[in-house]
Design a protein around this ligand. Structure first.
Ligand SMILES: Cc1cc2nc3c(=O)[nH]c(=O)nc-3n(C[C@H](O)[C@H](O)[C@H](O)COP(=O)(O)OP(=O)(O)OC[C@H]3O[C@@H](n4cnc5c(N)ncnc54)[C@H](O)[C@@H]3O)c2cc1C
Length: 422
């Protein structure tokens, strides 16, 4: 067994875990208990990779919902190109094949000293190590009037489920010639290219079903991810249909008027037939409540161990964390989750660990048969995560290459969701 130096042990695990490891030494065959909170991409991947490894662990995954619908590819659903069922996954394989105890409940608190997770049902879960992957929450009062009731009229559809279905229904019942207003939040937010992919795919839907309709993108930013690729495609495929207004033109979105179904910027009021308001974001509520987020609203972590720098002994992965150059994407969450699972396995077995290899790869649709792609590798550097190598689609790629990418994306979805949910 590896003997830890004091510095190494403190840096990797924090002092509190000493007590967690003691029982393991006393009962050499006892399994360590790992609690994973959040059964989205990050949490399900940590659970699956830990449970399928050689470390002697009992993994419990806490997730309120019995089914998980992916945000990725939900823009294809909005455009009528995919069914909602095809985006929805259960936890049966994780339970049956990997022996993970999946608890459908919500975590309300973590006591890192007693090593207990308190659940909404009142049940308590003891653990040796805990990983939190709570995804995102929306910033309160980022836009005047945009509250829980307003979301039912002007959906965000940025967490897949009822909101996504509502937006689809509104797009279907919208009259031809209406304006779809899409409000894009400031950085950082979940999946940087996704609002523009949404504009592209909704435009393809309009072209097929409501060709006189328009799309107005009200952006909080003045540039965006993949801008050259998107704007080139908008001109070629949807001339005159999509108008993108950066914050310097509008002064930014200030409020919504739900009754009038309008979006109010500093300069002008825009009447919408359908309004899709994506608010500014922060780490999921439990992370905020547990003091795991800093003033930015996101959670700082050690880029090698994914241990919180604010609450050592609690690990975090996915959209909730500050991950340097890595975007908030499902692929990033999956990659961080694997790295975190390997770190935990090495702690629990006393084996040596190596520097994590981190990746992000995305397919982004410009039209049903045109997707651009990227493949980026990252490495921990000077306390954060930096890009190592990047390969990104170019504007002048052949249409054949793009068509191939759109086809490959389907295979990517199947392989990726199998990697996460088994
Ligand atoms: C429109 C759109 C398109 C996208 N397209 C892509 C794409 O093409 N490729 C890509 O890589 N990424 C894409 N993404 C991003 C991707 O969906 C997210 O980055 C990814 O889901 C993040 O995973 P996560 O585990 O951090 O959070 P999530 O997947 O949101 O999972 C968080 C889970 O935690 C649970 N939870 C929260 N609080 C608690 C609690 N207190 N107790 C228990 N459980 C809790 C939630 O119920 C949820 O299931 C897209 C996103 C959007 C919105």
């Amino acid at each position: 067994m590896k003997s830890w130096t004091r510095r190494e042990f403190g840096g990797l695990t924090g002092g509190a875990v000493l007590t967690a490891l003691r029982p393991r030494r006393a009962r050499s065959q006892a399994k360590a208990k790992v609690a994973v909170i959040g059964g989205g991409v990050g949490g399900a991947t940590v659970a699956r990779y830990l449970a399928s490894g050689t470390a002697p662990v009992e993994v419990t995954l806490v997730e309120p919902s019995g089914l998980y619908s992916t945000c990725f590819f939900s823009n294809l659903y909005l455009a009528g190109l995919r069914s909602f069922e095809s985006l929805t996954h259960g936890y049966e394989t994780l339970r049956r094949q990997y022996g993970i105890a999946v608890v459908h409940d919500s975590a309300e608190m973590i006591d890192p000293v007693a090593k207990i997770v308190g659940l909404s049902s009142g049940a308590k879960l003891s653990y040796d190590r805990v990983v939190l992957a709570p995804g995102i929450a929306f910033q309160d009062r980022a836009i005047d009037g945009y509250d829980a009731a307003a979301m039912e009229i002007m959906p965000h559809a940025w967490k897949a489920g009822a909101q996504t279905k509502l937006l689809r229904k509104q797009l279907q019942s919208m009259e031809d010639g209406g304006v779809f207003v899409l409000v894009v939040p400031p950085d950082p937010f979940r999946c940087p290219p996704a609002p523009y992919e949404r504009a592209s795919l909704v435009a393809s839907y309009f072209q097929r079903h409501k060709p006189r309709s328009k799309i107005l993108v009200l952006d909080a930013k003045s540039t965006f991810t993949g801008q050259d690729l998107f704007q080139d495609a908008w001109q070629r495929y949807y001339p005159g249909m999509i108008e993108w207004l950066p914050a310097e033109f509008t002064g930014g979105v200030k409020a919504v008027d739900v009754k009038a179904r309008s979006v109010i910027t500093a300069e002008e009021t825009f009447k919408a037939a359908v309004a899709n308001v994506i608010p500014a974001q922060k780490a999921g509520h439990l992370a905020q409540q547990m003091g795991l987020a800093d003033r930015s609203g996101w959670c700082p972590v050690d880029p090698v161990t994914f241990e919180s720098t604010l609450q050592p002994s609690i690990h975090l992965v996915g959209d909730a964390i500050i991950a340097g150059d890595m975007p908030k994407s499902a692929f990033s969450a999956n990659s961080q989750a694997k790295a975190c699972a390997f770190v935990l396995a090495s702690v629990l077995t006393g084996s040596s660990r190596s520097t994590p290899h981190l990746f992000n790869s995305c397919y982004t649709f410009l039209a049903p048969d045109d997707a651009w792609s990227n493949a980026i590798s990252y490495k921990p550097l000077a306390g954060t995560i930096r890009t190592a190598h990047a390969s990104i689609s170019k504007v002048d790629e052949s249409s054949e290459m793009r068509r191939r990418a759109a086809g490959e994306a389907e295979g990517w979805y199947d392989a990726f969701t199998r990697d996460v949910f088994g």
